[in-house]
Ligand binder design. Structure first.
Ligand code: ATP
Length: 448
């Protein structure tokens, strides 16, 4: 399922006066923004080729460079980035020209730290809204079954998930980090008869036992210090729908009996309120921890585990579903080039081969991140291997000479490595000292 790109506040400052850069940086970092500075147009352009920013404060007087040209160049390199022109009062006319050329706003120097921060907050909010809109548009265009797969391991899981989706059985989703457990939970909700009601997620590691209780079941005003307003709790919010407990292995042990009672009897009380309430909630939970082991070590209640894992679905890691890498990469690419307005449209042979041989320890999440980065830095229609930034990792997966391996395994790994470091198949064949048709045959033989 598509996610809204995260807008955390990555800001580029471009000014040829170092004192201004220092002051602006100080003011913005103070608010937790991630700030990078550039003192010339060339430096800014080089930084923009490598990193993604949400907002830029651009001084139009940049030494020899014409600020409007710089702005136009930025609109091409990073069309999603909001640009606020910084200008002296005497040069206000150029700010108007800059707005016509696509700047989002302007700021007159000298400005107070508060003006600067307000301008940043406003623009980042606009950027967040634009990103949300993109994500929604993507959501609408998305084929109904975005979790489709060609991998037997994954197809098995999806088939069971579809079968059990419409029952009210609680489901425990297992799998390494980034395999798509959250994604599957949401899909199960969508496939269930609860789809029209809420899907509510609680991220368990982020909350202490006290906060978790109040988050889950709600509290009455004055129930504890700081409880200035009554809250209904997530269980109430999820009534009729689905509650997804992400990273359930971190659910606080002291609170587990209350969760167990709620699952068994569908009853609960808000903190500071003796009235017993009911809510009809289906529970989905996920973890990458070994809950059986945690039960043995007394860190997780056995009776709770049995209530949660009526059905268990285990998502395969990316390396065990290589059949899906190509389609997922294409899907992410389409999504990101639309969102960032970039030229990339596909992958070269070598880039595709590198995506297939890499072992993806961070699973789908890592694949998504690699494609996001590549779609941004690639200035052309075809993504080459150099844009993926996987070279070293692909090489580090390579077996060592003398390791307990057959010649065939060694040959496969070597060909995969060379392919991933070559821009064209001809170049790879030349490096390997074989002709292109032999390379073609071997790639087929080894499924590269
Ligand atoms: N089949 C898929 N199609 C599109 N995107 C996917 C798919 N599976 C996972 N993703 C994306 O991969 C990222 C990780 O997915 P998700 O958060 O569901 O994984 P997770 O297993 O719950 O990870 P963690 O254990 O770290 O919480 C998300 O950005 C998600 O949108």
């Amino acid at each position: 399922m598509q996610q809204t790109p995260e807008i955390s506040g990555r800001i580029l400052l471009v000014d040829d006066e170092t004192a201004i850069l220092r002051t602006f940086r100080y003011c913005l970092e103070d608010r937790g923004y991630n700030v990078v500075t550039a003192s010339s147009a060339a430096q800014a352009e080089a930084i923009l080729q490598r990193q993604v920013f949400d907002l830029c404060f651009l001084d139009l007087r940049l030494g020899e460079d014409n600020g409007l040209d710089v702005l136009q160049q930025m609109r091409l390199t990073a069309p999603w980035m909001r640009v606020v022109i910084v200008t002296a009062h005497s040069a206000i006319d150029t700010a108007v020209d800059a707005m016509q050329a696509g700047a989002a706003d302007y700021l007159v120097k000298p400005c107070s730290p508060e003006q600067l921060r307000m301008a940043a907050a406003k623009q980042l909010e606009m950027r967040q809204m634009a990103a949300r809109l993109e994500a929604l548009e993507g959501e609408m265009q998305k084929p109904s079954d975005s979790l489709g797969s060609h991998s037997p391991a994954m197809m098995n899981v999806l088939e069971t998930a579809r079968q059990v989706a419409d029952t009210d059985a609680n489901i425990l989703i297992l799998g390494e980090s980034g395999t798509g457990k959250g994604e599957l939970a949401r899909a199960i909700h969508t496939w269930s008869r609860r789809a029209r009601k809420a899907f509510v997620t609680i991220n368990c590691p982020s909350l202490s036992a006290e906060l978790m209780e109040s988050e889950l079941f709600g509290h009455n005003r004055g129930a504890f210090t700081g409880a200035s307003e009554s809250t209904l709790g997530r269980v109430n919010q999820a009534d009729g729908g689905t509650l997804f407990l992400d990273e359930i292995g971190d659910f606080p042990l002291p609170l587990q009996p209350k969760l167990l009672r709620f699952i068994q009897d569908k009853e609960y009380e808000r903190i500071g309120d003796p009235v017993t309430r009911r809510a009809d909630v289906r529970i989905l939970a996920a973890t990458n921890l070994n809950l059986d082991e945690m039960v043995r070590e007394g860190r997780f209640r056995e009776d709770l585990l049995y209530r949660l894992n009526v059905i268990t679905l285990t998502l395969p890691p990316m390396r065990e579903r290589p059949e899906d890498i190509g389609a997922l990469a294409e899907r992410f690419l389409a999504q990101f080039v639309r969102s960032y307005g970039r030229p990339a449209r596909g992958f070269s042979e070598a880039a595709s081969a590198a995506l297939r041989v890499y072992r993806w320890p961070g699973n789908v999440r890592e694949l998504r991140n690699v494609i996001e980065r590549a779609s941004i830095i690639c200035p052309q229609p075809m993504i080459e291997i150099s844009h993926l930034g996987l070279g070293e990792q692909v090489a580090s997966n390579a077996p060592r000479i003398g390791e307990q391996l057959s010649l065939e395994q060694l040959e496969k790994a070597h060909i995969a490595g060379v392919l991933s470091n070559s821009d064209t198949l001809d170049q790879a064949a030349k490096t390997l000292g074989i002709d292109a048709s032999t390379l073609y045959r071997k790639r087929k033989q080894y499924g590269l």
